[in-house]
Write a protein that binds this ligand. Structure first.
Ligand SMILES: [Zn+2]
Length: 143
């Protein structure tokens, strides 16, 4: 699940700028609403949680296991989006460290583990952010 990529349109309403969605929030508000974007999946857009999962798999060769709760966390990160993930950075880092400890990874007890995990999370968020910007550029090129 990826949220709509809202921007304010000329009428002052929040509108998703993804091709195939373009949904308009019918109420004026300061903050964009959260909405599962139906176009995101079709366009193959990944959220911060998906990118973090890919990075971890690349680096340690392990993905979520059955019943570990990682799937829910990936979904929660995707729902938060780029901005929400930055706000919840400490929570995400705690998740990863506790999961690594549970799996018995010795590196989780290394004094620099927290900082290293943070770098990884930031990296994943930036990837998601770049993908969002890319999708805006693509949408813009179609009249
Ligand atoms: Zn949308």
């Amino acid at each position: 699940m990826i949220n709509c990529n809202f921007h304010l349109n000329v009428d002052g309403f929040w509108q998703c700028n993804r091709e195939g969605c373009q949904w308009i929030y019918p109420i004026k508000s300061d903050k964009p609403p959260r909405r599962n974007c139906p176009a995101a999946e079709k366009l193959g857009i990944k959220g911060s949680g998906d990118h973090l999962h890919d990075l971890i798999k690349q680096i340690v060769g392990e993905g979520p296991m059955a019943g570990c709760g990682c799937r829910n966390r990936i979904m929660q990160m995707n729902l938060w989006g780029v901005v929400g993930c930055r706000e919840h950075m400490e929570v995400i880092v705690d998740w990863l460290l506790s999961e690594a400890t549970k799996r018995g990874w010795k590196s989780a007890r290394w004094f620099g583990a927290r900082a290293a995990v943070k770098v990884l999370v930031r990296w994943a968020i930036r990837r998601a952010e770049r993908a969002e910007i890319g999708s805006i550029a693509e949408t813009g090129s179609h009249p």
